[in-house]
Write a protein that binds this ligand. Structure first.
Ligand code: PLP
Length: 432
């Protein structure tokens, strides 16, 4: 498979090069030249395939000859080595639980796949790779967990001070080894901007061989397709589902959209957003305006300028009408999100996390307008990760799994820095 940049000013590259580089040199995002088409047989046999086999068949055309077949299969096996149950909440709404991985959020899938690909690529290289990643919470913990101990790869995580939950912070600051956490005195957009500036800086790149583990990285983005197929494997109805995706940087929904483009049956997509509404507004009139991010209780979606927006445009050949036909968006306030958590717990005995609750509310509104449809929400995080929000709403404590108990006893270890590129650069260059 060949990848081009969405800015069309960089050379075309293969999977290996695109994964190692992260962002294209012209600052565009890598995008596959062709999108593979799933065969009729593949879709017919969907339900009988194992998770690993399915993952392998989906991603193999995208990886091409960059990784040998047997090794790629092993990577897929390890990546999807936990449960992805589809749970019925009520008559027309199901929840695809993506939080059964090691850091209790869906980002484990993409991060595990990426870490193993980079681990393979760095085996055959004497140059160290540095993964530089900005996180609003869950990316950092998934990346830290997935890359811990991967030889030849250093990981540097930037997170906004005071804006991630306690569990998220401990997950990304207590591992040590090849994982370093930089605590930025700013918000997520600051972190993302600093990382982008670092990638654009030739000196840093030459010294550190920088790559990204955000969803701009194709290995992370493309492997997030897997669970959309797992959802369809478990879907009990004839008519394809509407899928509601709690969206921030739009990597997750873009993975669903590319899966759909290659033939996965999905009736409609919902980009469920919190008060960070750049995409919601875009769908009203085609006018895309980015804004500074607003803090909310679904903090992993607090993104003012979704980095995968350009991929949405690519997927639909910039055709606004087509985008409007396939995707709806809803903007859900914190107040309504809390109300949903409370009501769904009361009425259906199902505990949503704030991100899942945004997706649920959006889907519920859509289904009221389209009563012949049924749908799935992607429940992207375990409610425990946001216990400070969820527990006061339901007036109960959430039971803490053993692995989280041990985490809570650990001591945070981070480096506090100001939100400027210069400060980041100083930190990074200390190590070379
Ligand atoms: C990252 C994240 C999201 C948003 O996903 P994007 O791919 O950035 O749109 C939603 N929910 C949770 C829990 C997350 O960690």
């Amino acid at each position: 498979m060949i990848y081009r940049s969405t800015n069309n000013k960089s050379e075309k590259v293969d999977f290996r090069e695109a994964t190692i580089t992260g962002l294209a040199p012209d600052k565009g995002l890598f995008f596959p030249e062709q999108i593979p088409v799933l065969s009729v047989d593949f879709l017919k046999d969907l339900k009988s395939k194992s998770k690993a086999q399915l993952a392998y068949e989906i991603v193999a055309p995208y990886v091409g000859s960059s990784i040998p077949k047997e090794y790629l299969f092993k990577i897929c096996e390890e990546t999807v080595d936990f449960d992805f149950p589809l749970v019925k909440i009520k008559e027309n709404i199901y929840s695809l639980e993506l939080f059964h991985g090691p850091t209790l959020a869906f980002k484990d899938v993409g991060a595990r796949f990426l870490s193993r690909c980079l681990g393979y690529f760095s085996k055959n290289s004497d140059k160290k790779t540095t993964v530089l990643v900005a996180t609003s919470g869950d990316t950092g913990s998934a990346v830290a967990n997935s890359f811990l101990g991967v030889e030849g790869v250093e990981v540097v995580i930037l997170y906004p001070s005071g804006k991630v939950s306690l569990i998220q912070e401990l997950q990304l600051t207590t591992l040590g080894n090849n994982i370093t956490a930089l605590e930025v005195e700013g918000d997520f957009d600051d972190c993302q901007r600093m990382v982008k500036e670092a990638f654009a800086n030739k000196e840093l790149n030459d010294h550190l061989n920088l790559t990204s583990a955000n969803s701009i990285n194709i290995a992370r983005w493309l492997s997030q397709q897997f669970y959309y197929f797992f959802a369809l494997q478990q879907w009990p109805h004839e008519k394809p589902p509407v899928i509601s995706v709690p969206s921030g940087n739009f990597g997750n929904i873009c993975a669903g959209l590319i899966a759909h483009k290659s033939g996965l049956p999905v009736t409609h997509f919902i980009a469920a957003c919190n008060s960070n509404d750049a995409f919601y507004k875009y769908l009203q009139n085609g006018d895309y305006k980015t804004k500074a991010s607003v803090p909310t209780i679904s903090n992993a979606m607090d993104v003012g300028n979704p980095s995968n927006f350009v991929r949405v445009l690519e997927l639909f050949d910039n055709d606004f009408k087509q985008i409007q036909n396939k995707i709806s968006s809803f903007r859900i306030s914190d107040e309504i999100t809390k109300k949903t958590i409370s009501e769904v717990y009361e009425n259906h005995n199902y505990l949503l996390d704030p991100h899942g609750a945004v997706a649920y509310t959006a889907l519920d509104i859509y289904l009221k307008e389209n009563p012949t449809e049924k749908g799935i929400i992607l429940e992207t995080a375990h409610p425990l990760k946001f216990n400070n929000v969820v527990e006061p709403i339901i007036g109960e404590e959430i039971e803490i799994p053993l692995n989280v108990k041990t985490l809570l006893e650990k001591t945070k270890n981070s480096i506090l820095i100001s939100p400027t590129f210069q400060c980041l650069s100083n930190e990074l260059l200390k190590w070379v």
